[in-house]
Design a protein around this ligand. Structure first.
Ligand code: ZN
Length: 119
């Protein structure tokens, strides 16, 4: 029986008090014996919030941190499989990219508008 380190995701024997891989202490983590301790990535939550808030007509600037946080969260979850929130991170990232694309299209439209009306 082993459990995943909450920090680096490596397997450790039940009786260990610190991670053999990264050396983090398990003191104060009573769940450790259960096996898989799943924690939602804060980065993923932040990415999802930015993705939603960043939708056009709310706060488009939030889609920039949304993309960055989404990528960071996906990479973090890949490194640490015991972390939850991959779906959140992906949804946040996609929302942010779509928002950015819509903003870019709107900007392009308004930039081209004078040219179109002149013709
Ligand atoms: Zn570790």
């Amino acid at each position: 029986m082993s459990f995943c380190c909450f920090k680096c995701g490596s397997q450790n024997p039940d009786e260990s008090n610190f991670c053999m891989q990264c050396g983090v202490t398990f003191a104060g983590y009573p769940d450790r014996g259960i096996g898989e301790v799943r924690r939602t990535s804060e980065l993923a939550i932040a990415a999802l919030v930015c993705g939603i808030v960043g939708l056009p007509f709310i706060l488009p600037i939030a889609s920039i941190p949304g993309i960055i946080l989404g990528i960071m969260a996906i990479r973090q979850i890949k490194r640490n499989p015991s972390l939850d929130g991959r779906t959140m991170a992906v949804v946040g990232l996609i929302c942010s990219i779509v928002s950015m694309a819509m903003i870019a299209l709107l900007a392009l439209f308004f930039l081209c508008l004078p040219l179109l009306t002149k013709a």
